[in-house]
Design a binder for this molecule. Structure first.
Ligand code: ZN
Length: 207
């Protein structure tokens, strides 16, 4: 009683396998659901304006515009030109990060002595090539489901994500955008609960 049935059409569904990245285009008004299929899996997420790929979601500008390091329902994802490109409209977890860089070649080489470990930086870079987006520097990501715990001194501890199987976030495109997301490759730290699992993306057409 009282619930309004909202009919939705999913026009595209994309599975991001473990240790990989995928990209997609969203038209203005469409929504993106990013589902942590098995739980405790971080997705590194970047977003570009389709019209001008020099404009992208920028965590440092978000922290300034939101006056916060906590991402909340209703928050805008601001660009490096201080414009909201997307909005967080649903979130079943409530704990994400937009402070840390993507894991990259150097993270695994310098900190773990691994030369050939998959990483989010390279996975974002290759996922974006499909849309001819070749930024000189891959923007810092929003690390969906990443659980950084900040103490009173301002120090961080990275803990396992709070997300359970099927938890999701939902982002609305406020203009035409290209997005990319990874399944974070970190399997030697608590970031993903020590195991890398798939993420599902669904694109919902505007009603
Ligand atoms: Zn990563």
């Amino acid at each position: 009683m009282g619930e309004v049935y909202k009919k939705e059409r999913i026009r595209e569904e994309i599975i991001i396998p473990p240790y990989e990245g995928r990209s997609a285009r969203l038209n203005k008004g469409e929504e993106l659901i990013i589902i942590d299929m098995e739980g405790k899996q971080v997705g590194d997420f970047v977003c570009f304006s389709y019209e001008d790929s020099s404009e992208h979601v920028s965590p440092v500008h978000m922290r300034a515009s939101l006056s916060s390091i906590r991402l909340k329902i209703g928050d805008y994802l601001y660009s490096n030109k201080r414009r909201p490109l997307m909005q967080l409209v649903e979130d079943t977890v409530g704990k994400h990060d937009f402070f840390f860089p993507a894991c990259d070649y150097y993270r695994y080489k310098v900190d773990f002595g691994k030369e050939d470990h998959p990483n989010c930086h390279d996975n974002l870079e290759s996922a974006l090539q499909i849309f001819q987006i070749h930024p000189p520097v891959i923007p810092d990501p929003i690390n969906l489901f990443m659980n950084n715990v900040l103490d009173d001194m301002g120090d961080y501890v990275i803990s396992e994500p709070l997300s359970k199987p099927g938890d999701y976030v939902r982002l609305k495109a406020l203009c035409d955008v290209v997005i990319a997301c990874t399944t974070c490759s970190q399997d030697m730290a608590p970031v993903n609960g020590f195991s890398v699992t798939p993420i599902k993306m669904q694109i919902v057409e505007e009603n």
